[in-house]
Design a protein around this ligand. Structure first.
Ligand code: GDP
Length: 198
């Protein structure tokens, strides 16, 4: 897929106020600092698309970007903020939960994990929740440039084994990416293209 246009559309915290257009939607979520903004900028070939919405106050919102006038890329807040108060955390979870459960346009979500880290409870719990609620997702491993091929394979297997042992018979699709090396981009965009063409 060639990215011809990538435009910021809106930020909000209410799923009912998200764009009304019936375009397929792909959401990106992960722990803060996982490399989500870098990945979105790499995918869209825009230097600071994700950062536009990453200004203070916008990081905790549902951010819609329209790509090639035919699909939405949705940048969701990073979970696992250590500094968010308990009350904020609940509000945060509620509207994200509403987004995943109510957004009819949502086709697939991408859960980002830093390839250097072993499976963390917060990520596994989130994936389990997605599975239990029938929200389709794929895993994106980020920062693959930080590890050698053998170590990448080891980390990916750790995750996939854990998911298939603890949760499901089949692991979700996964992608290995590096925004620094611009790797994994073609695979990810082809995956989105394939779904959009169906
Ligand atoms: P976000 O909080 O998930 O949006 O993460 P950012 O995209 O802001 O990235 C967090 C940090 O990780 C920054 O210091 C980035 O430079 C770094 N980073 C992001 N992606 C990569 C990558 O693919 N490789 C490497 N080596 N560092 C990365």
């Amino acid at each position: 897929m060639k990215i011809k246009s990538a435009d910021f559309v809106m930020s909000n915290s209410d799923v009912t106020k998200c764009p009304k257009e019936p375009l397929p939607e792909y959401a990106f979520i992960g722990r803060s600092n996982v490399g989500k903004s870098s990945l979105i900028n790499m995918l869209t070939e825009r230097k600071s698309l994700a950062k536009t919405s990453g200004r203070p106050g916008k990081t905790q919102l549902i951010n819609h970007f329209k790509i090639n006038e035919n699909w939405f890329l949705v940048d969701l807040p990073g979970y696992g903020y250590a500094r968010v108060s308990k009350k904020d955390k609940n509000t945060f979870q509620k509207y994200i939960t509403n987004y995943f459960l109510q957004r009819e346009q949502l086709v697939c979500s991408f859960v980002l994990v830093d390839i250097r880290h072993d499976p963390q409870p917060i990520d596994m719990e989130f994936m389990q929740w997605m599975g239990e609620n029938g929200v389709p997702f794929a895993i994106i491993f980020t920062k693959a440039d930080k590890l050698k091929p053998k170590a990448i394979e080891r980390q990916v297997n750790l995750y996939l084994n854990k998911l298939t042992t603890d949760m499901w018979e089949e692991a979700p699709p996964h992608f290995i990416t590096s925004s620094s090396h611009r790797s994994g981009r073609d695979e990810l965009l082809a995956f989105i293209d394939d779904i959009n063409d169906k």
